[in-house]
Design a binder for this molecule. Sequence first.
Ligand SMILES: [Zn+2]
Length: 141
Amino acid sequence: MRRGLHLASDLVETMLQAARAAGPEECCGLIVGTLDPAPRALRLVPSQNTHPEPRRFFEIDPKVQFDTLRRLRQSGETILGHYHSHPAGPARPSARDLAEANDPDLAWLVIDPLAGEVAAFLPRIGDDGKIAEFRAIPLLG
Ligand SMILES: [Zn+2]
């Protein structure tokens, strides 16, 4: 994933539309696709933002995660990561996002609906074994 994530422009457009439709609240969802021969997003699984403060934070409905994992079993597809929006920007993870990150293999896509921008990041583990930072990864067509 470090080398980039293939993401077709219609999926980028779908994410921007979801972010705009959510208005002052953060939208969120899962990114499903394949890892071989290269990470490629095939579709989005939108979720309700179940966080009690959806204007400032996001939480993907655990049921959506569970159902998606179950549906993907033996399909060859996997959850590559997730997306959420920052209604007032920017398209990069917040300090809170970093605190929530726990899987170095799951991509974080952050949407800035005002700038019309979607950017991708991967959590990186530091020397202490904990998530230390996000590194930007290229979004490929
Ligand atoms: Zn965020």
